[in-house]
Design a protein. Structure first.
Lengths: 381, 306
């Protein structure tokens, strides 16, 4: 077995494609998407405003909006109807119109001041924040009016503050906030996703051995079939280990990603390697040719990545998809990594992920052993 | 000389098609035994059963005096198998390939190193040992392909068409290797559909066709038993063969005639006499050399390349 294992490791290191799609590609994904999403915090929402009043009140309203972080107010004097047409055509997301007479209506004290907010319903997610801000500003005007009325009634500042104070205080506490950043989601996500690309390497190796006649030849040397299987299998297990250590290490040392329990991370990597390599071997013995195997790999790796919550949190998926996701090894691997990296859960609390990944691994081993004899028979030309 | 291998009534069926239909033959220890037959005759299937790659569907095989099916593992340690295809790791060096196969045969350490050096000398590739197999010519790959089966000093070497698609120089090198092994006492089974290779190397031959052994024996035996006696002649003008006596058949061949007869010397005397009398100029007149091609044709009614 050692002989086959060492030969296989030599061949794997000589195969540059392995390095590219198992290490370089996931690193590239992490770097590219990490850079993009790390910039996401600097992004702003553009608020188009047409001021037809040009009064002190309208300017005050606009300056209040400009003070809000994340909003980029673009003031224009374009024709309102034309801009509404643009919204209908999807060329403009939203428009705030301050009508002529806004100042006069505001100071009349009859609560008739009006601001129009036009929005494209197709992008309501993007415009919802603007609408919320407008409602907030409207409330501020209302509060100012109440304060002014109370002052006229002879209430002191302290009395006014006490009256205006909300009976309910929201105390917002973010747990694990010290561990959460884009990298803490992205690095384990791409690590798990690309760990399953080992299938391609496993399938290629077994089919090359089969089609070249090597399996036949080795049978004539009296090599034990089980030794041969282990010798072919273990290098792929080790490859996933190396791949995961490199990618997680990259996230930690380059992007400062928090790593909780080192033992927990290591055992998760071992479980993932058992799972990925054994399922890869099983798949090699099921598919009829290399192309079919590569197609199946794409289906399993990409489908599992989406359903397992590797690209975005699985709770964003429809409920049925969330249920299906729990039957993928990717889900349990990702949850395990998030438990350690984000939630700082100790190794003893990771047993569900370990158990699920090892269970998938055992299924792979059983299928591989069941199909092995048929594979060897089919290898004899 | 005792038999190292005895096969009786070997059967193999692939999806209702009989690949081997009662193959039987015996191989003497220390001899070079040729398995001659066209493509698809059953040569490779027989060899794969002998080397444990395939299971038979019936029959008996005795090797080294033991039942091959019962003592498969022990017997395989004494067999070297060279498959028809070049089965090597092209990205590894010849040395790494030989080291890998040597370990598969249970060799290790200094013994393995010495054996690798020995087989590299035998193949004439010592200088190229560290180069990747990918960089080798077809003939060099064939030589390493054979070398990989020699590492454990097998008592029986089985070669399945080992010279397909190689240059004459490499072919001669392989022939020299086989002759040298035979001199050292190794028994060789050599499968081919090239008759000249069998004639050059083999002491005994089995002709196999459609999964059956048609005949087995030494070259002399086959030529005597199945080879036709004939003369070949070429003349300036048409020769009156109707005037010849004791002829069995006449065939056109190249620019002349092959005339089959039981008494070729008498027939040559008649031809010389008639040619002088009729003033016919003879370009060639010779006794036809016996060939396996003719034996094969006589036994199967077809040529080897049909």
């Amino acid at each position: 077995m050692k002989n086959i294992l060492l030969k296989e490791m030599k061949l794997m290191f000589k195969e540059k494609a392995n390095l590219i799609y198992l290490i370089v590609m996931p690193l590239a994904f992490i770097i590219i998407f990490g850079t993009i999403f790390n910039q996401a915090g600097d992004s702003t929402v553009t608020v188009n405003v047409t001021d037809n009043d040009h009064s002190a009140a309208s300017k005050t309203f606009i300056s209040q909006m400009e003070k809000i972080k994340g909003f980029d107010v673009e003031l224009n004097n374009k024709d309102v109807n034309q801009q509404i047409s643009q919204i209908k055509e999807g060329k403009l997301n939203s428009l705030i119109v301050i009508p002529e007479g806004f100042n006069q209506q505001l100071t009349s004290g009859q609560n008739k001041a009006k601001i129009s907010f036009y929005q494209d319903a197709a992008v309501s997610n993007e415009t919802a924040s603007i609408e919320a801000i407008l409602k907030n500003l409207s409330n501020q005007y209302r509060e100012n009016q109440i304060v002014s009325t109370l002052a006229k009634d002879g209430k002191t500042d302290d009395q006014i503050k006490s009256i205006m104070k909300s009976p309910v205080n929201i105390d917002s506490v973010k747990e694990n906030s010290h561990n959460v950043d884009m990298m803490s989601q992205m690095v384990p996500g791409y690590t798990v996703m690309f760990a399953f690309y080992i299938f391609i390497s496993v399938i290629k190796r077994f089919f090359t051995e089969k089609e070249s006649g090597m399996i036949s030849r080795l049978q004539s040397t009296g090599v034990n079939p089980l030794s041969y299987l282990l010798g072919m299998w273990i290098p792929h297990f080790l490859t996933i280990m190396i791949q995961c250590i490199v990618l997680i290490g990259f996230g930690h040392y380059v992007y400062g990603m928090h790593i909780g329990s080192f033992v927990g991370i290591f055992l998760l990597i071992v479980s993932l390697a058992v799972c990925g390599s054994s399922l890869g071997v099983a798949l090699s013995f099921i598919v009829k040719n290399e192309n079919q195997g590569i197609g199946m790999t794409q289906f399993i790796a990409l489908g599992g990545a989406m359903l397992g919550g590797l690209w975005f949190p699985s709770n964003m998926l429809p409920s049925f998809a969330q249920v299906i996701g729990k039957f993928t090894p990717q889900y349990w691997a990702q949850q395990g990594f998030l438990d350690v990296i984000v939630r700082d859960i100790p190794v003893t609390g990771l047993w569900k992920s370990f158990a699920a990944l090892i269970a998938f691994g055992i299924i792979g081993i059983i299928v591989a052993l069941t199909r092995y004899k048929a594979f060897l028979r089919s290898a004899v030309k | 000389m005792s038999f190292l291998l005895e096969i009786q009534d070997l059967q193999k069926v692939y999806k209702n098609k009989k690949a081997l239909d009662g193959v039987s033959f015996s191989v003497k220890e220390g001899s070079c035994f040729g398995l001659l037959g066209p493509n698809g005759a059953g040569k490779s299937t027989t060899m794969k059963i002998l080397t444990g790659v395939l299971a038979s569907d019936g029959g008996n095989i005795s090797m080294f005096g033991k039942d091959a099916l019962k003592h498969r593992k022990a017997i395989l340690q004494h067999i070297g198998y060279v498959p028809q295809d070049i089965v090597l790791y092209e990205k590894l060096s010849a040395y790494d390939n030989l080291s890998f196969f040597g370990k598969c045969y249970g060799l290790d350490g200094d013994v393995l190193k010495k054996r690798i050096d020995d087989v590299l000398k035998q193949t004439g590739l010592t200088d190229r040992a560290k180069d990747t197999v990918k960089s080798y010519s077809g003939g060099m790959k064939r030589r390493i392909n054979i070398a990989a089966a020699l590492l454990h000093n097998p008592k029986l070497l089985i070669l399945d068409e080992p010279t397909v698609g190689i240059d004459p120089q490499s072919r001669n090198h392989i022939f020299d290797m086989i002759r040298s092994l035979k001199e050292q006492g190794t028994t060789v089974i050599y499968s081919t559909h090239y008759m000249e290779e069998v004639e050059a190397l083999c002491d005994e031959i089995a002709i196999i066709d459609k999964g059956e052994v048609v005949t087995q024996g030494t070259l002399d035996y086959l030529f005597t038993e199945y080879g036709r006696k004939a003369i070949y002649m070429e003349s300036e003008t048409s020769f009156p063969t109707e005037k010849l006596t004791g002829i069995e058949a006449v065939h056109s061949h190249h620019q002349g005639l092959i005339i089959e007869t039981a008494a070729p010397i008498d027939l040559m005397e008649q031809i010389i006499h008639i040619s002088k009398e009729k003033k016919i100029l003879l370009h060639r007149l010779e006794i036809e050399k016996p060939s396996l091609e003719a034996v094969f044709l006589s036994l199967t009614g077809k040529t080897l390349r049909d």
